[in-house]
Design a protein around this ligand. Structure first.
Ligand code: 3H9
Length: 679
């Protein structure tokens, strides 16, 4: 392997360069090379200053995550950085791309930091269930203050160069195309001066003067960090930076880092990091498959779903033609899109200019022929096979050859939809989740005849519009809804056997879901799809609807709601359920939360196993990606399949058997062989 670290001289300045594609991760060879070159520079009297920069697309994007969990190989990042910071010769970080995690810690250990305007800096370790482990939690608050450090260390989102300069993290912003020359000039201007060291900074005293900032910050993040271990450890570490001398603070950080690294949450979140990237790859579609240029997107349907889907493209700067049947529905759809953008602008997350720019790309129409020049048309109409086939037949007539025709169906057979066209190879499923402009998941449904270039194009497009994509084969409900179905069946069965419906919701909330199935039912509307005849009572839902319990929108569904939409269990609902169970002759018993959890979640794992066995998902981790991004499965468990691996497939099989539930052959085989779903 070639050495990733090299150096060259620019007069009395030594420029140390890393070249470790794709993201200059700080693996063993990079650490060793960095230490070697910096030590050589320090030992050489003719070197008066050092600049550290990276080749390729980015400054160091962090520690090499693939090394985590393996036996550590020296030199460690902390020792490499300590040697650097201890130098009396100025060391300057020259940053482009993303200086993340360990990369940002390299920059913090340098005496000065300069960056190009497009650079971003951040400490995203919490997103891997960790905290910074190379003194980032100690140097950062000393350099920028605890208050400014908290969102960086605890939230994990990177900040722009401009913002970094405003909080004192960057010393200068330099030319986008002259990073090395400007960094060398900067370093030269510091020769002979005493060097500032972040570890000796005192701005962390803001947290000592006002210790309330930590509790306030924790409270402000309560919803976002519920269930996650790392954010609390991150707050503790930043607090320690004010309370302890530097060396002890570093020790505290090490302790917290070590505990998180060996815990299940970080293992799960690291699994997810690679799962998300793997999901983007389709095994038999080569990475260099030519893409179909997408310059204009058509959307059929300007309702909640169609409008939300359209916003993704408008926001990304791709023109959208949106079609409706009636002028009124079209106007309403366009108005809703504008209102959504304006609300985003009011919250300061978009400029007025950007709102107008996005709206300027929207072309509403009632005329199918206006879709002729679209490169991709996404149908988002009513879930009915006949209607969808009519739409696709019409699209086949009017849309130019070579364009992609996609359906947003959530469970219908894409292959059957494709038969309505003479170009089944260009038909694909693009299943967005509601609200489509917000939810991250895009389930791509690969039909029997879907072409490689069509698949490659929609996968790339997913990234362009900020979605996380996963591919599913054609089966009822695809990956996500197919697995939701056994959970819902069990939830319904449990309440008929005597379980409290709020216990079912609470079990899922405690597990880490944002919402349980009955809360979800109330939110969506218990009356959705109801036949509207209060005298015809065949299902529990009929009984609830007949009693006017239509859901949150009318203040009562499964739960009663107050004005602030807080839910309380309802005696009336309880009675309706009991009456219904009696009518069905269902014996009642007390049901524990453990049984509820097992009966809700284990059948999902079993369904996931069947999906894998039938090759409807390419890999187990794709299923995890779907459930984390589309259905709120808690990230810190790694998704249903990784969670099953963690608790053991044998445990799942035994649990299913204990509750008299079916076990698929695939799951049983894997469990018997002591295997995992994820390698
Ligand atoms: C840390 O630093 C801990 C320290 O505090 C403690 C030290 C003691 N390692 O995302 P992309 C791979 S924790 C290994 O598609 P983009 C990635 O898997 C780390 N591999 O590109 C992919 O591989 P493949 C803190 C990594 O342009 C390829 O690179 N840092 C790493 O969309 C391209 O990645 C982070 O958490 C890594 N650190 O986005 C940053 N990073 O092609 C994590 C990437 O085989 N990284 N790979 O699928 C990122 O956020 C994005 O990769 C980045 C580029 C924004 C840099």
């Amino acid at each position: 392997m070639t050495d990733p670290i090299s150096s060259h001289r620019d007069g009395e300045v030594l420029v140390v360069v890393s070249n470790n594609p794709p993201v200059n991760a700080l693996g063993q060879a990079v650490r060793a090379g960095l230490k070697r070159e910096v030590e050589a520079g320090l030992a050489d009297d003719s070197v008066k200053a050092i600049v550290i920069r990276c080749d390729g697309r980015t400054f160091f994007a962090g520690a090499d995550i693939t090394e985590f969990g393996k036996a550590p190989q020296g030199p460690s990042l902390p020792e490499t950085l300590d040697a650097m910071e201890a130098s009396d010769k100025p060391v300057v970080a020259a940053i482009h791309g993303t200086a993340l995690g360990g990369g940002c810690e390299v920059a913090l250990a340098c005496h000065y930091r300069v960056a190009v305007p497009s650079a971003k800096l951040g400490l995203p370790e919490v997103k891997l269930g960790l905290i910074p482990g190379a003194a980032g939690t100690q140097r950062m608050p000393r350099l920028v203050g605890a208050e400014a450090a908290l969102p960086l260390v605890v939230g994990g989102d990177p900040i722009s160069a401009k913002k970094a300069q405003s909080i004192g993290l960057l010393d200068a912003i330099v030319g986008e195309d002259s990073l090395e020359a400007d960094a060398v000039a900067f370093a030269r201007s510091k020769i002979g001066q005493s060097v500032p060291r972040a570890s000796e900074g005192t701005r962390n005293q803001d947290g000592v003067r006002d210790p309330d900032i930590f509790d306030k910050f924790r409270a402000s993040q309560a919803r976002k960090i519920r269930g996650f271990d790392a954010p609390n450890a991150a707050i503790e570490a930043v607090k320690a930076a004010g309370e302890l001398p530097y060396a002890e603070g570093v020790k505290k950080e090490r302790e917290l880092f070590g505990k998180l690294m060996s815990g299940t949450q970080s293992a799960a979140m690291r699994h997810y990091f690679f799962a998300e990237r793997a999901a983007n790859k389709i095994d038999d579609v080569p990475a260099d498959t030519p893409l179909i240029p997408i310059k204009r997107v058509g959307i059929i349907g300007a309702g909640t779903m169609g409008g939300g889907i359209g916003m993704n493209f408008l926001t990304a700067g791709i023109p959208v033609t949106i079609l409706e049947m009636q002028q009124e529905a079209l106007d309403r759809g366009a108005k809703t899109i504008r209102k959504n953008y304006e609300n985003t602008a009011k919250r300061g997350r978009m400029t007025e200019d950007a709102v107008e720019k996005a709206m300027g790309l929207l072309k509403p129409t009632l005329d199918y022929s206006e879709l002729a020049d679209c490169d991709l048309v996404i149908e988002a109409v009513y879930e009915n096979m006949d209607v969808k086939k009519q739409v696709f037949a019409k699209l086949d007539e009017v849309v130019k050859q070579g364009a992609i025709l996609a359906s947003n169906t959530s469970y219908l057979d894409i292959d059957e939809i494709a038969t309505a066209t003479k170009r089944p190879g260009y038909v694909v499923g693009m299943h967005f989740f509601s609200p489509a402009n917000v939810m991250k998941l895009l389930e791509i449904v690969r039909g029997r005849e879907t072409r490689h270039d069509v698949l490659a194009t929609v996968m790339k497009l997913a990234k362009t519009i900020g979605k996380v994509a996963a591919v599913s084969g054609v089966c009822p409900g695809f990956i996500g809804n197919r697995m939701l179905s056994p959970r819902q069946q069990q939830a319904n069965a449990l309440i008929m056997e005597g379980a409290n419906y709020w216990d079912i919701d609470d079990v899922l909330l405690e597990f880490g879901f944002p919402m349980g199935p009955f809360q979800m039912g109330d939110l969506a509307g218990v009356d959705i799809g109801w036949h509207r005849d209060p005298n015809r009572i065949e299902t529990l839902r009929d009984a609830l609807c007949a009693a006017g319990r239509w859901g949150q929108k009318v203040g009562k569904g499964f739960y009663d709601y107050d004005e602030a939409r807080n839910r309380t269990p309802s005696d009336e609902t309880r009675q309706i359920i009991a009456d219904f169970a009696a009518k069905e002759g269902k014996p009642q018993r007390e049901i524990s939360k453990d049984e509820i959890r097992e009966r809700l979640l284990y059948p999902m794992v079993d369904e996931g196993a069947k999906i894998l066995d039938e090759k409807m998902a390419q890999r187990a981790s794709d299923i995890d990606v779907v459930w984390i991004n589309g259905y709120g499965w808690p990230l810190y468990t790694g998704g249903p399949m990784f969670w099953a691996d963690t608790i053991g497939l044998k445990t799942v099989v035994e649990g299913l058997e204990k509750h008299g539930l079916p076990v698929s052959d695939y799951l049983r085989r894997k469990a018997d062989a002591g295997e995992r779903f994820n390698a």
